[in-house]
Design a protein around this ligand. Structure first.
Ligand SMILES: C[S@@+](CC[C@H](N)C(=O)[O-])C[C@H]1O[C@@H](n2cnc3c(N)ncnc32)[C@H](O)[C@@H]1O
Length: 278
């Protein structure tokens, strides 16, 4: 769950907070941007957590309008799910459209037939993954009964109730019983896992998920970067410590090859852990 503001609105003041105007003035022509950065003595971690660069939002809006125009078959269902979730008072912490489509396209490219998600919210990411993949069944876990009710309604309106199973319960308990079913052979192994719930349990979720995936499947853990806090070793907030735990442990785990991808966009500056289980 994101602990940062995810509002996509910004003011002129935000622009200057994020990128002071003086920095534009000192850029030298003909030199790549990354070599042209102004010198700073120290990273201000506190100010980076709430970044909202209008360029990120503008690029998301521009690119998405071309890569997924409103004429796409699932566009209305996705927008309905987002609006209904907001109307029901759910927090605005779902994936961005581009992130949702990225996960869905990964599942298509990898011919995933069974996917697993921890953290359903209103079903937005679930609808993305299932609606873009007619071959796929998704199991998604959510502990908040209100979120479960909203998600089930959104999924029903999207016509996906037959392929998305929403299980209500705490992630650890549900994953443990799913693992028992997979090990017993009464439930198929998963080809993709998306972990997007309480961050303190990320490593526990990862370990349980690892036992139920097919060879060469991806486990994706959302929100590990958090405006750069991942690398601020002095930060001991529990969700940051948990992000470091999952990144460090995945790096050491036998049979796992992982990478952290930093992302910017309408959801600010964050990133996910992308791990392949061999
Ligand atoms: C960031 S939201 C999920 C967003 C969703 N994946 C999307 O992009 O549309 C995180 C969700 O995890 C749920 N959650 C938090 N702790 C949980 C737990 N222990 N077990 C299951 N779900 C949990 C929250 O209630 C919330 O709905």
């Amino acid at each position: 769950m994101r602990g940062v503001s995810t509002s996509s609105t910004f003011s002129v003041g935000d622009i200057f907070t994020f990128w002071p105007i003086q920095q534009f003035r000192i850029l030298k022509p003909g030199i790549p941007l990354f070599q042209n950065r102004p010198m700073t003595t120290r990273t201000n971690w506190t100010s980076t957590i709430h970044q909202h660069d209008p360029r990120w939002t503008a690029v998301d809006a521009y690119a998405f309008s071309h890569s997924h125009p409103a004429s796409q078959p699932n566009a209305k269902a996705l927008e309905n799910a987002r609006m209904a979730s907001m109307a029901a008072g759910l927090p605005d912490i779902a994936l961005s459209p581009a992130q949702g489509k990225f996960l869905a396209l990964h599942c298509r490219a990898s011919a995933v037939t069974h996917a697993l998600e921890v953290g359903t919210l209103g079903g937005y990411s679930a609808i993305w993954v299932a609606s873009e993949n007619p071959q796929l069944r998704l199991t998604t876990i959510e502990y908040n009964p209100k979120h479960v009710a909203v998600a089930r309604k959104n999924i029903e309106l999207a016509g996906l109730s037959d392929r998305i199973e929403v299980i209500q319960g705490a992630g650890i308990d549900v994953l443990a019983s799913l693992r028992d079913e997979v090990v017993a052979g009464t439930r198929p192994q998963f080809g993709f896992v998306f972990i997007d719930a309480d961050k303190e349990n990320n490593w526990n979720y990862f370990k349980l998920a690892k036992d139920m995936v097919k060879s060469n499947s991806v486990i994706c853990v959302d929100n590990v970067v958090r405006g750069g806090r991942l690398a601020d070793l002095g930060n001991t907030e529990p969700y940051v410590v948990a992000s470091r735990e999952v990144v460090e442990n995945a790096g050491k785990e036998p049979g796992v090859d992982s990478v952290v991808i930093q992302t910017v966009g309408e959801k600010s500056y964050d990133g996910w852990l992308w791990a392949v289980v061999s």
